[in-house]
Ligand binder design. Structure first.
Ligand code: PEP
Ligand code: MG
Length: 573
């Protein structure tokens, strides 16, 4: 009873439900000789049938919970399962070589996957990805191993997993998934960010949950403190139900501030924006009183599918966000793939250090056509609202100039075709690489704005992988090294009359907020669910007073000193 575990608090709230383990089974195939090929063929057919009916169900479920586009992946998988080009050689192999179905399937599938992947043709590369996924499903049936699909959960559960990929997380339905706990990951891993968007309580980086929690055990997730209680007794359940009710009560107090502007006690206005991943998230932003969208992570439009989204589809998504925001500032970030965000159909070689690798703007500048398509879609959508575009992972001024040139080129081409485009699109960059923070004065002359991406800026400054819980102690937003970089960026921008936002998770942190206010940050962008809490805090703070503390804070030696000091001086809940 009451086994206590702990991890990193990743998404606020408390949930109590039974555990559901999400496992990624290992599929080991051995070659064996068989004596009855007809029986083996039957076994293969039955595995195919089981896979088909499973895929039909997942497809229907996904179409209902998400949309038809997400469900299209499963239609492609179903097509593979009835493709004679693939099935023919497998049955031949079983009949002629007298080998087991698992082996025949794996050999044949690997041959096609290798062939398609080697072709210089995106369509064929996508087919390889489909075959790989489908093969896994059929193999699991043949081997009697179950594979799970988060979108199929129809019971109230808390997911227990080693890790959740962003595409797993996209499939989570908050109606049933009440919380999740993972062994690995940090507060700024993308599954944690998505949990905050979906408002699902989560604890990540808990290290031992997969080895200590079994299916069906009752679990409490305290996403406020990062605590997990397994098999709680009645008294513990009652006390957490109480805590949950208090948290809900607090939330309804904050909700009263929904339509208030964010003005400090000494009359200074800051903009409180939200970070979103899809057009569907805008409803939550407005619901929580967001004054802007400070970061739209467009990569989610590219994920969970088999090919790049077409230009028109992108226009629709961007226009939908802009229209819903009804003239409020909307910062859209161009594709930031790589790091912990993969695209299965973009078959890039595995890298030793994906966070330092071929990602974001580096990839977009090389895959120019794909990037131009996104820029065109943004330009075409721009007339529907107050669009600002920013480029991720800018490390040098040349990268910015190159990206801006492509933007201007596409703009000129559309103008020539008399396509309507907003006249006021601002073009800025994310400051998330230390070289760019240090050179902010040079960038400030050419960009329209900066948005500081502390999730990456901290990992690169401290050389501490944001996904690795073993080095999470180095992930220190209040380290004076980070604060000094932030100051450099804000001062450089203001000198050129440009504005600065922050869209890393630090912007919604209650210790960071008073410091950032003192440093002069203009816009704070965070998970929608943090906005009202932040507003209630800022209303009580005085900017002038925080400015007076800035020098003392920046001259401190450690993150801990800063934290203790800010707790003492600022008015918090
Ligand atoms: C960041 O790095 O701070 C950021 C906001 O971008 P992402 O978390 O998507 O890398
Ligand atoms: Mg980043």
């Amino acid at each position: 009873m009451n086994q206590r575990l702990s991890g990193i608090a990743a998404s606020n709230g408390i949930a109590i439900a039974k555990a559901f383990r999400l496992e990624n089974p290992e599929l080991i195939v051995k070659k064996t000789s068989i004596s009855n090929s007809n029986a083996e063929l039957k076994r293969f057919e039955s595995a195919l049938d089981q896979s088909k009916s499973e895929l039909e169900k997942i497809k229907a479920q996904t179409a209902q919970q998400m949309n038809d586009e997400e469900a299209a992946i499963f239609s492609a998988h179903l097509l593979v399962l009835s493709d004679p080009e693939l099935l023919g050689p497998i049955t031949e192999k079983i009949k002629l070589e007298n080998v087991n179905a698992e082996f025949a399937l794996q050999e044949t599938a690997n041959m096609f996957i290798g062939l398609f992947e080697s072709m210089d043709n995106d369509y064929m590369k996508e087919r390889a990805a489909d075959i790989r996924d489908v093969t896994k499903r059929v193999l699991a049936h043949l081997l009697g191993v179950s594979i799970q699909n988060p979108s199929m959960i129809t019971d109230e559960v808390i997911i227990i997993a080693e890790d959740l990929t962003p595409s797993d997380t996209v499939q989570l339905n908050p109606q049933y998934v009440k919380g999740f706990i993972t062994d690995i990951g940090g507060r700024t891993s993308h599954s944690a960010i998505l949990a905050r968007t979906l408002e699902i309580p989560a604890v990540v980086g808990a290290k031992t949950v997969m080895s200590s929690i079994q299916n069906g055990m009752i679990v409490i997730v305290d996403g406020l403190e990062g605590d997990i209680i397994v098999n709680p007794d009645q008294k513990t359940i009652a006390s957490y139900e109480d805590k949950k009710a208090r948290y809900e009560q607090q939330k309804s107090e904050w909700a009263k501030l929904k339509n208030e502007p964010t003005i400090t006690s000494d009359g200074y206005h800051v903009e409180l924006g939200a970070n979103i991943g899809t057009p569907k998230d805008v409803a939550g932003v407005l619901e929580h009183g967001g004054e802007a969208i400070g970061l739209y992570r467009t990569e989610f439009l590219y994920m969970g599918r088999n090919q790049f989204p077409a230009e028109d589809e992108q226009v629709e998504a961007y226009a939908s966000v802009l229209k819903q925001m009804n003239g409020k500032p909307t910062v859209v970030r161009t594709l930031d793939i790589g790091g912990d965000k993969e695209l299965s159909y973009l078959k890039l070689p595995k890298e030793m250090n994906p966070f330092l690798g071929f990602r974001a703007i580096r990839l977009c500048l090389e895959m120019e056509e794909m990037f131009r398509t996104q820029l065109r879609a943004l330009l075409r959508a721009s007339i529907h609202g107050n669009l600002k575009i920013m480029f991720p992972m800018i490390a040098t001024i040349e990268e910015f100039r190159q990206a801006k040139t492509l933007f201007l080129d596409e703009k000129a081409k559309l103008e020539k075709k008399n396509i309507a485009i907003s006249k006021t699109i601002e073009v800025g960059i994310m400051v998330e690489i230390p070289s760019t923070a240090v050179m902010a004065d040079i960038f400030a002359k050419e960009v329209d704005f900066f948005s500081i991406g502390t999730n990456d800026l901290i990992q690169y400054t401290m050389a501490a992988d944001r996904m690795n819980e073993r080095v999470s102690y180095l992930y220190q937003p209040f380290n004076p090294a980070i604060l000094r970089l932030v100051k450099i960026v804000i001062d450089a921008a203001h000198k050129e009359g440009k504005w600065v936002g922050m869209c890393g998770e630090m912007a919604g942190d209650e210790i960071a907020i008073p410091i950032l206010l003192g440093l002069g940050l203009d816009e704070f962008s965070m998970s929608a669910s943090s906005i009202l809490k932040a507003r209630s805090q800022i209303l009580k703070l005085s900017k002038k007073e925080m400015e007076r503390h800035t020098e003392t804070i920046l001259s401190m030696s450690t993150s801990q000193e800063v934290e203790t000091y800010v707790k003492k001086i600022s008015v918090t809940e």
